[in-house]
Write a protein that binds this ligand. Structure first.
Ligand code: SF4
Length: 211
């Protein structure tokens, strides 16, 4: 069942505001290269200047969608893996969607800035924290991956501050802000040589020109 988004999302999590759903390949981070069904939820109060998903900021660009329908579409894909992204997906109650997806045997990967309380259970949590709205400790403590966007040399200080909040075993990745990549790639390259606990994340979906 699809319903046009009118005002705001509900809190029981049975209907979620979806900006887009599509089957593709994860382009960035530790799981880059793996096929997955993407569910992009609307709403984000972090407002990064470099955001490449600005359409999600306006709830009017979304359709209020029944979670059973989302789960059925994700379960029908060969990968049976879903990426819940946004926007900032943790602005919504994700517990019922996660329950429905897991009931159907679908693996769930979450992409979040970590700026809101966690609801739901996930097989992989990638936190990409932002300075404008720093991540909450409870989200950081359960992150599987810390992915920090680098815009300039100052970003490395923020990355290290965030790294102090994640648990042992959490993967550390650094990703260039796309429009600054020409100047930032060399910075990241040299940083990783000196700090090998960090890995480079490249936005391969932008190179391949896929969603
Ligand atoms: Fe865009 Fe993500 Fe920043 Fe929100 S947190 S403004 S979706 S880059």
């Amino acid at each position: 069942m699809l319903r046009k988004m009118e005002t705001s999302t509900n809190n029981d999590g049975l209907l979620l505001p979806v900006t887009e759903e599509f089957y593709s390949v994860q382009g960035e981070g530790h799981n880059a290269g793996s096929a997955a069904y993407f569910v992009r939820l609307a709403g984000c109060d972090v407002r990064c200047p470099f955001c490449d998903s600005k359409a999600t900021w306006n709830m009017k660009n979304s359709t209020l969608t029944d979670i059973a329908d989302i789960a059925a579409r994700a379960a029908a894909t060969p990968s049976r893996t879903v990426v819940i992204t946004g926007g900032e997906p943790l602005m919504h109650n994700l517990a019922p969607l996660c329950e429905e997806l897991h009931k159907q045997g679908v693996k769930i990967w979450l992409e979040t800035s970590g700026s809101h309380k966690t609801t739901g259970s996930f097989d992989w949590i990638c936190v990409s924290p932002k300075t404008s709205r720093p991540p909450l400790d409870d989200v950081m403590s359960i992150a599987n991956e810390l992915k920090v966007v680098i815009t300039d040399t100052e970003s490395f200080h923020f990355a290290e501050k965030c790294a102090m909040k994640v648990a042992k075993g959490c993967i550390h990745t650094l990703q260039a802000e796309w429009d600054s990549r020409e100047t930032v790639y060399p910075l990241i390259f040299h940083y990783v040589l000196e700090h090998p606990e960090w890995n480079i994340s490249i936005q391969t979906h932008k190179i391949l020109n896929i969603r």
